[in-house]
Design a protein around this ligand. Sequence first.
Ligand code: HEC
Length: 369
Amino acid sequence: MAVFSWVGSRRLLSVGALSLPLWFGVSEARAQDGQSLYDIGCASCHGADGRGASPDRIAFDDPLPDFTECSFASREPDADWIIVAKAGGPVRGFSETMPAFGEAFDDAQLQSVMDHIRTFCQESAWPRGELNLPRPLVSEKAYPEDEAVWTTGVNAESPGAVVNQFVYEKRFGPRSQIEIKVPFGFAPAASDSEWGAALGDVGVGFKHAVAHNDRSILSLATEVKLPTGDVDRGFGADAVRIEPFVALGQILPNDSFLHFQGGVEFSTEPDVVEHEAFLRTAIGRTFTSGEFGRAWSPMLEVLGSVDLESGSRVNWDLVPQMQVTLNTRQHVMLNLGVRFPVTNTDQRGTQFLAYILWDWFDGGFLDGW
Ligand code: HEC
């Protein structure tokens, strides 16, 4: 039996247990708040409480997200979810069961629906996903992440070397993260000039976001580097190093952003490996091709480091680079850049750098292409 029912100023056509909005009802709802729009457009599938309607009330098998789950909801930037609501699931590699609302709701209405969805996760401990800024090639981000990054560096100048680094980052709780770094590569040995494969100094790190607001995130972190590397091939240092640092991520106007990382690398054998202070910063901006498309983030990274014992001149490097999202889900990214030494150029050469980043929380590597 079909009946019209009036809920406030909303007109719903109720067929048994299923409530469908009448679209002229939606335009009537133009002035309404996000909650009403959500109840009209989204609740039939996503549930009035945001947890997803119970399976016996929906006619599809796709699993529904739980908007009350902060560990999932907080990391998704508003803009990404608004695009999904506007253009439908496939625009970000999701199921087409998730309909497109671009015709029914204007941008302001979609934003107010978004604001309502945000009320489902009330815990302010979770930094918002907007603070997860594009990752530079070298500097560490402040945002705690679930990601895997494979970076490759190729020395442009003789004697040459190929240096890879695999980083696995695992977030836990609202603000903490542990990581493991495994460097390895190919280089000629200093002793006999023979090329060979070698392991670098394996590192383990812990990071905690101590403060965040809508535009900034500040983290404290420590990394311990173990002397597992092949020193003869230039892949390590003969001492355990402990590296406390601070990292800041800052959203700037016009889709621009800034990263800052500064710290000290303390050596357990300062006679062999000196203590070092470092400062890394990157500034960039994100451009989107088309309204829903690929994100391009050109960045300029500035790297400084100095040995603290000998007081040698500061090493300054510049790293212009371009990060681009590779797939529709936008959770697999490529970054290409070149590291140019600016000072002490006799000690360090130009290096080509690239990484592939996989934000593994958002889906398998092959999902959402
Ligand atoms: C017909 C059912 C249906 C309706 C109505 C619906 N959705 Fe969805 N929505 C889905 C399904 C199913 C998924 C999961 C798709 C997937 O995982 O492939 C989804 C996923 C989403 C996601 C992606 C979450 C993520 O995993 O990142 C967002 C955001 C979303 N919906 C917002 C909305 C909003 C806002 C509305 C109302 C304006 C709405 N949906 C209405 C079925 C629906």
